[in-house]
Design a protein around this ligand. Structure first.
Ligand SMILES: CC(=O)N[C@H](C=O)[C@@H](O)[C@H](O)[C@H](O)CO
Ligand SMILES: CC(=O)C(=O)O
Length: 303
């Protein structure tokens, strides 16, 4: 094996596993609750036993906050997590200058890899998308994980296009948040040494069956241990256990989605004793008193 391949394989080994897409605590006026956010970080590491944190994702309400606040979040999460777990900083933005600035910032803080959502809103063509990733990688010299989430961005890439990005050494993987398992399998086969993370928690089992290296999800902030059971059982070929655990996980996810995704997970964290304020940023709404009660009920019943 060539030296380069060994290096890539070592990195891939280290970055595998279950990552929470980190929730951030905000107060009622949308200010960052730093102490609460630190407590969520600790809960993920100490109680959910995750292998890593994905910071600044959809779950981090990242697209609704200022550059300065994004930087502060990267800073306090690194300060709290230290080197306990792997850290991925999602820096993607349709303002490429912001993405580069954040990428440099997170790289200096010591984040293990960057990730960037495919640029969205305008219909960027593939040449533009490729230029976006190459710019971030070249300016930061950090690793990059492509964040593909077509149901929110409208950006669909095919195997050839993923391949054009993944052939770059620094582009180490994909966070694949889609239900297109044919595409997932084709990418897996074409790039056996790249990292693929499953993005939909409710479809973890089939993604692991197809050979993903890890998973990044919002619900793992509170279901991390169940996710690991699904992951391990599927890998071990124990499909009876894997399905039973995925079904249990999906009962929880269905209830959470029905009550308000991020708001409900934040309420469950509080129920679990995590001292965080736990509002979401506008325009995301507050839970009604009834829904707060329902969120607690989900936590009490399942977790
Ligand atoms: C938009 C969003 O939050 N996506 C997450 C990951 O990509 C998932 O973890 C989902 O939240 C989860 O699978 C529930 O649908
Ligand atoms: C993985 C996910 O939920 C996120 O982007 O935050």
């Amino acid at each position: 094996m060539g030296l380069k391949l060994i290096k890539i394989k070592n990195l891939e080994e280290k970055m595998k596993g279950i990552y929470s897409a980190l929730l951030i605590s905000f107060d009622e006026n949308g200010n960052l609750d730093e102490k609460g956010t630190r407590n969520i970080v600790r809960y993920n590491i100490d109680e959910m036993k995750v292998d890593g944190l994905y910071v600044g994702g959809s779950t981090g309400e990242n697209f609704m906050i200022s550059t300065e606040m994004k930087k502060r979040i990267f800073e306090i999460v690194k300060d709290e997590a230290k080197d306990d777990v792997k850290l991925i900083a999602q820096v993607g933005s349709i303002n490429l200058y912001e993405a580069v600035e954040l990428g440099k910032y997170a790289t200096e803080l010591g984040y293990d890899s960057l990730s960037a959502v495919t640029p969205f809103y305008y219909k960027f063509d593939f040449e533009e998308i490729k230029n976006y990733y190459m710019t971030i990688v070249n300016e930061t010299n950090n690793n990059m994980i492509i964040y593909s989430i077509p149901f929110l961005t409208g950006v669909n890439m095919n195997v050839e296009q993923f391949g054009e990005l993944l052939c770059h050494d620094k582009i180490i993987g994909i966070k694949f948040t889609a239900g297109d398992f044919y595409l997932l399998e084709r990418v897996r086969k074409a790039f056996p040494h790249k990292l693929i993370y499953a993005g939909f928690d409710e479809m973890l089992l089939p993604a692991v069956a197809l050979g993903v290296d890890g998973a990044i999800g919002s619900t793992y902030n509170v279901t991390g241990k169940i996710a690991r059971e699904v992951f391990d059982a599927t890998k071990a070929g124990d499909l009876v256990t894997a399905r039973e655990r995925q079904t249990y996980l999906n009962d929880i996810i269905e209830a959470i989605l029905g009550n308000g995704l991020y708001q409900t997970i934040k309420e469950i964290l509080k129920l679990k004793g995590v001292d965080a304020i736990g509002y979401c940023r506008l325009p995301m709404k507050k839970l009604s008193t009834k829904k707060i009660e329902a969120a607690k009920e989900i936590g009490r019943n399942f977790l």
